[in-house]
Structures are given as C-alpha cells and as structure tokens.
Ligand binder design. Sequence first.
Ligand SMILES: Nc1nc2c(ncn2[C@@H]2O[C@H](COP(=O)(O)OP(=O)(O)OP(=O)(O)O)[C@@H](O)[C@H]2O)c(=O)[nH]1
Ligand SMILES: [Zn+2]
Length: 288
Amino acid sequence: MKQQGLIVKSHGRRFIVESQGHTYDCTTRGKRVDYACGDIVDILVQNREQAVIERVHERQSLLYRQDDWKTKLIAANVTRILFVIAAVPTPSEELLNRCLLAAEAYDIDPVIVVNKTDLPETGALLERLAPYAGLGYRIVTVSAKADIAAIRPLLAGETSVLVGQSGMGKSTLTNAILPHAEARVGDISEALDSGRHTTTHATLYHLDGDSRLIDSPGLQAFGLNHLKVPELPHYFPELRPLIGKCRFHNCAHLQEPGCAVKQAAADGAILPFRFDFLQRLSRELGNA
Ligand SMILES: Nc1nc2c(ncn2[C@@H]2O[C@H](COP(=O)(O)OP(=O)(O)OP(=O)(O)O)[C@@H](O)[C@H]2O)c(=O)[nH]1
Ligand SMILES: [Zn+2]
C-alpha cells in the first residue's frame, strides 16, 4: 500500500516515517540516503512497523552542509533556523558565520538563540554578538533551565530547526519547549540509537497543528564547498549594496584591483571579522 508520510527521524540509512497515525521504521530503495528529517515522502507499507521510502516530494527548503565531497542533509522543509549558542563551552564564531551564510544561501530565516543566560559569562558573549544585530540578525536570549519564554513566539506556525555546536543546550531546550507527552514520543525510537555510529540524526517533534521543531546533532564544522565565490556577496547582507561594483565581475575580493569590497573594508564600512570571513571563504572555495 502506497501512502504519504513525514520523516520524523533520520539515522544514517534508516528513517522513521509518520503516516496516517502510525510510525514506520523505513529503509530506502537502492540504499539512498539523501532524505532528511522533515521530508514528505511516499512510502510502501510492508507491515505494521516497516515500510520502504519510494520517493521524496519537492522540498520547500533544504538545510545541508558540504564537507569536501560529502553532502550532509540536516533538515528539510524548515522555515526557520535557530542557531543555539552559549558562553560555555567556548562558542565558535566561525560556525555562527557559516550557519548564517547557509541560511542566506538557502533562504531560510535565521535567529541567533543565546542560551544559558543564567551563566555569568553570558554578558561578554552578548557584547561579542552585538555586531550581528547590527547586520540585521535577530538575537533572543533564553535559559533552557530557567526561562524560555522569548523563544515561544518564534516557533508559532513555523518548522524550526535547532542547530549549533555540541553542548550549547539544544536538547535541553527541546525538552523545555515540548509538552511532556511529546518528549516521551521521541523516546520510542530510541532503540535505533543503540551504539550505532551516526552520520545524520535529527528528530522532528510536533508542537501543535502547524508548528514543528527539529533537534539536530551537534555541529563541529559547517562545510560550504558547494557555494561559488562570485555569489558570496549575495549571502552577506552588508555586501549586497556592493554587488556589481567590483571592476571584475568574478572578483574574489582578494588581490584584484578595483575591488569595491576591499575598498569598503578599508573605509571601515564592513566589519573586519566579516571581511576576513569573506576572504577566507573565497580562498577556501577557490572556484572563482
Ligand atoms: N547553566 C545552564 N546549563 C544548561 C542550559 N541548557 C543546557 N545546559 C547544560 O548544557 C549541557 C549540554 O546540554 P545539551 O542539551 O546536551 O546540549 P546539546 O546542544 O543538545 O548538545 P549535543 O546533543 O551534543 O549537540 C548539559 O549539561 C545541560 O544541562 C542552561 O540554560 N543553563
Ligand atoms: Zn571585489
């Protein structure tokens, strides 16, 4: 029997699909692994517990990273990326910049969620993050252990994905957000987790009829190897006014004469760390 379903958990080659009130442990045709949590799929039901994923429906969005040759899908059909960051353990600003860039490239609304505001080190982190508000990014502050009120309005009517480094509190936040019954539902598929090495692993929770939350595994790096150097300025809000102003249309903003971006950086119109980030990416991608 063929029916439509929603991937609520992705775990390497196996997926949990919710369909017509049941959940199915699914394999895929031809060992395909390019499905993600949040995907709408057609499944072929085999018995009460098992099914095979036949095809994926067109996606509204896809959050993924590209490390060297490997594409790693994080979540599909999300409308909002909640980048979780905290003062402890030491946060990586590089990862933040990369996630923001990916959000721009995939046209998914990003919000910076500063967690663990109960920790005294949070003040310094908020100061460090102030420039991002200047770039137009929203910043909300929560403590998964004490008060998460600020995050609620962001979740309503959206499919949100929590991303961030390991230890920033994504799972604690998920548990604080979820009504108790929901959190237990997530545990049912825990058997899948038993000691297996994971490459992709994310879980989708229903908050209410039209709001969903996806908790994703901790990130260490965020490869952006699929992006092209000439399109980078489109993904920096502060560089968009400069698009087309460099002398060379394929300017990598490194050594080229007549580079409008370099000039803006010299004039102090672009934050030094953002300019560094752009140049580093340009060199890394090296595909201008
Ligand atoms: N003080 C404080 N500690 C927190 C808060 N939120 C989470 N923690 C702690 O931070 C640690 C990491 O939390 P997790 O929720 O496991 O972090 P995670 O981001 O899900 O980590 P991964 O699953 O590895 O990606 C745990 O010891 C939590 O108890 C908070 O608001 N305040
Ligand atoms: Zn340039």
